[in-house]
Design a protein around this ligand. Structure first.
Ligand code: DCP
Ligand code: MG
Ligand code: MG
Length: 609
């Protein structure tokens, strides 16, 4: 690095390096899969425990780590260093995913943006909460909760030290709540940006937290021995850096920007320099529902069609469980294969996808299900896609098969749709690799890790495999509502429904619309006499006459209405003013959603059984 001089550091300081305004917390669960098993079976806690997937120990508890067990060790090697290692099979990710969702839900109760990163990590932007707390505390009395990377010498004039101290206390509260409610210990990193919060998180582990102040960002980064430790540096960037002898983060700090620009685009070069000194302005993006739900299975080689079919069938069974938990109706299916090219000794992935008919999915007792016939239909679609990917007249060798539902009923997920406020907050990892590819650990640290790792070519030209799903002629939302706490009602984004299902068949069975007397907090309230909406004209009368709030029918719970976002209130008011534009049709006529007619928000206030 001799030819690189320090003048570079003056040219790399971007404007945002002085922006310390944010307060970010990163939380990572300790030995996640192992803890899920230990919480389930407390007798495992005192034993060295490894979680096995295929022939690999993907993680282990801290008791096992004392023996030298490391993530992604071969089972045979692990048993050599720790013959008493208790192994639990962790190939079924269901419980880990459920635990992950519960942790996410706990973190959401602070009402700050929460971004899920993989299964056991979350970023929380507590900037606004910290500002609120600042108004009520004596700044001089605030102390850091947990460890500090390095004690501050001079106060930063922007006040970031006090803010991060408060953030560290919030982090402690969050970790306590996760432990008290779910039993999981966690680590946290607290910093003014995501990069530093994530990287400082494992500074002291397990079950601890560390705060880093902005002025120590660059010195902390210089302790990282490998540029690969920086989350957003992927394998390609890494290769280029290594080729140019930039191995450590310190190397990256020292290399002149102009030299980096020779190998990377200008923006990328600046970004790399910023990262090297701990500067990162990427926002915490609130995690929403996944765009796709998928599973993959990898293996040594499969070269027989019947075996491929078995693999797909097993994947489909598991995928349908995930889809049932998610609740949305899938309308597109993607098949992925990784072919082994024997001549080139390499592997590459190929995908094809096609639309599937929503009618394959039915609702039974409020749960999304697929009949045996439906499953056969899905299998035949899968095998037809497979036939398009593989020329069966020639030998083939596969090392991976994957299945993913990649699109869901649009009306359930539309941006700004009330559904987004009412949906279960289930978040499922896009692609769950049954066999963990240990080589991909770096990319899994990428902030966008939840995107499908298997993403390849998608071939929408294959729509002919299954005709486009026709819009169901008769559809409605069947919502099972649950009581909301005051706290939840106060926050529109917390309004949740136990389940929301789009159901065309059930609708036909529904002959009566009744107001629920069980739960009124989400459902518009009716006076006792109107509990049974025996005549829709009554409803229309309510709407026309207005009720407790301006232009609202009398049965509407004002508190709930007021908790809705403005745009929804406006939308509802407009429809109540003009009931003829609503979807509330007389009971005598079928409750249809006319083709082409926009979905109506009013349906969500339709009384239900
Ligand atoms: N995991 C995996 N394959 C990998 C790495 C991890 O399947 N190559 C799984 C098992 C882990 C979980 O992801 O329990 C979370 O990964 P972490 O890297 O956070 O590891 P742990 O939570 O297990 O341990 P730590 O205490 O170091 O965070
Ligand atoms: Mg972890
Ligand atoms: Mg982790």
């Amino acid at each position: 690095m001799d030819d690189r001089n320090m003048e570079s550091s003056s040219s790399i300081l971007p404007d945002e390096s002085n922006d310390h305004s944010k307060s970010i917390i990163h939380i990572d669960v300790d030995c996640f899969y192992a803890q899920v098993e230990m919480v389930r079976k407390p007798e495992l806690q005192s034993l060295p425990l490894g979680i096995q997937q295929k022939n690999i120990v993907v993680t282990s508890n801290y008791e096992a780590r004392k023996y030298g067990i490391r993530k992604c060790m071969l089972v045979t090697d692990a048993l050599k260093v720790c013959p008493n290692l208790k192994l639990v099979n962790g190939e079924d990710l269901h419980d880990y995913r459920a635990a992950s969702n519960k942790i996410f839900t706990v973190l959401q109760s602070w009402k700050c943006p929460v971004e899920k990163l993989g299964m056991d990590e979350n970023f929380i932007d507590v900037t606004n909460l910290v500002q609120e707390k600042l108004k009520t505390v004596n700044i001089t009395a605030i102390t850091v909760s947990g460890n500090v990377f390095s004690e501050p010498t001079l106060e930063c004039i922007c006040g970031c030290h006090a803010r991060l101290k408060i953030a560290s206390q919030i982090a402690s509260e969050m970790r306590n709540k996760i432990y008290d409610e779910l039993g999981y210990t966690t680590c946290a990193g607290i910093a003014h940006n995501k990069l530093l919060a994530k990287l400082i998180c494992p500074f002291k582990k397990p079950n601890d937290q560390t705060t880093i102040f902005p002025e120590h960002g660059a010195s902390f980064m210089s302790t990282l021995q490998n540029v690969r430790s920086i989350p957003s540096i992927g394998s390609k960037t890494m290769e280029t850096l290594v080729t140019h002898k930039i191995i450590t983060v310190s190397d990256l700090q020292m290399v002149p920007l102009e030299i980096l620009k020779k190998h990377f685009s200008g923006d990328m070069a600046v970004r790399l320099k910023n990262l090297s000194i701990g500067v990162d302005n990427t926002p915490v993006k609130q995690t929403g529902r996944p765009q796709s739900i998928g599973l993959e299975d990898s293996f040594k080689t499969v070269s027989v069609k019947s075996e491929v079919e078995e693999k797909f069938s097993a994947l489909l069974q598991r995928l349908l469980i995930l889809v049932r938990e998610d609740g949305r109706i899938p309308v597109s299916l993607r098949v992925t294969l990784r072919k082994k090219d024997v001549k080139r000794l390499s592997s590459h992935r190929e995908s094809r996808q096609c639309q599937v008919s929503a009618s394959i999915f039915t609702i039974n007792n409020g749960t999304l299900t697929v009949t045996d016939a439906g499953q056969q239909k899905l299998m035949s679609i899968i095998m037809r896609l497979f036939n398009k990917l593989i020329n069966l007249s020639k030998p083939f060798h596969l090392t991976l098969v994957g299945l993913a539902f990649t699109k869901f009923q649009e009306r359930m997920t539309g941006r700004g749709s009330i559904v987004n406020y009412l949906m279960n907050d289930i978040s499922v990892q896009s692609v769950l690799n049954i066999q963990n590819d240990c080589d991909t650990s770096a990319s899994s640290m990428d902030y966008s890790a939840v995107s499908p790792s298997s993403s390849t070519t998608t071939d929408l030209s294959d729509a002919e495999v299954e005709p486009s799903p026709k819009k169901p002629k008769k559809v409605t939302w069947i919502a099972k509502r649950r009581c909301l706490s005051k706290e939840e009602v106060a926050s529109p984004s917390k309004l949740k429904v136990g389940e929301l299902r789009l159901n065309s068949r059930e609708l036909e069975k529904v002959s009566e619309l009744r107001l629920s007397s069980r739960d009124r907090s989400l459902t518009p309230r009716a006076s006792p006499a109107k509990d049974n909406l025996s005549d829709t004209s009554d409803t229309m009368k309510d709407i026309a006459e207005g009720g407790n709030c301006d232009n609202c029918p009398s049965y509407v719970d004002k508190e709930v209405f007021n908790a809705l976002p403005d745009e929804m209130q406006q939308e509802l008011k407009a429809m109540w003013k003009n009931p003829s534009s609503s979807e509330m049709v007389p009971r005598s006529s079928p409750r249809t959603m006319n083709k082409g007619k926009p979905n109506s928000i009013l349906k969500y206030f339709v009384p239900h059984k």
